[in-house]
Design a protein around this ligand. Sequence first.
Ligand SMILES: *Cc1c(COP(=O)(O)O)cnc(C)c1O
Length: 410
Amino acid sequence: MATPYIQPHSADVPNERGYYGEFGGRFVPETIVPALDELTAEYEKALADPAFQAELAHLQKTYVGRPTPISYAKRLSEMLGGAKIYLKREDLAHTGAHKINNALGQALLAKRMGKQRVIAETGAGQHGVASATAAALLGLDCHVYMGSVDIARQQPNVFRMKLMGAEVIPVESGSKTLKDAINEAMRDWVTNVRNTFYLLGSALGPHPYPMMVRDFQSVIGTEAKEQILEIAGQLPDVCIACVGGGSNSIGIFHAFRDDENVELIGVEAGGHGTATDKHAARFANPDISRPGILHGTRSFVMQNEDGQIRETHSISAGLDYPSVGPEHAYLRSMERAFYTAATDEEALAAFRTLSETEGIIPALESSHAVAEALKRAPKMSKDSVILINLSGRGDKDLDTVIKILGDKLG
Ligand SMILES: *Cc1c(COP(=O)(O)O)cnc(C)c1O
């Protein structure tokens, strides 16, 4: 039999209760537990069903445009004078980022479970757009919770969602941003769990979400491993991805987890610098970030002494979240993956450098991963290989960058 598109149980984590070592699990109201159990069971059944696997594979190919290519960044590599840099081009997936891989997988599962109503949360609107896209494709009703502050600053994405028939529900509580939108989506799910599927956007939340999102995103690494062997003739020495909630990074890391010679590097949002309190680098500073519980899972959480969630900052909305997927906390504790940060300034410089040398305008999120490669490549030998997961394209960020660079481009 052909290898299934998504391989069930391809890692030793999580355990049956959803734990990755001491991280993960389920910290939710009693009323959601049966829904999470149902979801876990239906997900397992779907993966074991060749028809589900075939439909997902077919749509990934004919709708999303997979496999996405790997590009050799020749001019960038030569400029840096060290390692050869390769880019996994998730920016070329439909809707311009990796998020569609997960949204499509979960939407297909919702349809299979007979749940016509789909809810999602969104920060900058990228996951909202991916969800609205998948819902339009499959004929599902889509409702997206979004903080009113985010709605005001992300009008194009709000319009995209509405164009595709989704309802955007403004959230006025708390800081009126992503974490409040997640709270509202969970509240909705508790109330309407019978007919509603919660389409969660990153490798976060209560079990089985972190596992399910990882599995749906693992197609990135599965493809990349085969492609890099063919194009570069070797596995990468270093694989670099940016880490917001952690879905594009876990998606590319997963295929390499048993290849001990592949160094896995996650890059968090360093904002104004990790010594300040204006960043979203959950692993960088034990004074302001430590293990805790947020949105149903145990992981590293940015919090004050009393456990109040801290405000975070990043130039890139997709990395601006106070917690991180539990599998990353686990990989870090096992020293299988290492985490670092790039500041807003470094990300912006990388955004320009990749645009100028390769004709590829990266998302500001992805620019954090590029920034780390800019630091490392010159110190590595010319026959070594860096693989960057280019999680998305930068068109969505042009407004932000125009405000900063505007007249400096000459
Ligand atoms: C949302 C987003 C991210 C961050 O989310 P992860 O779950 O950490 O992958 C990164 N890059 C792009 C382009 C995004 O849209």
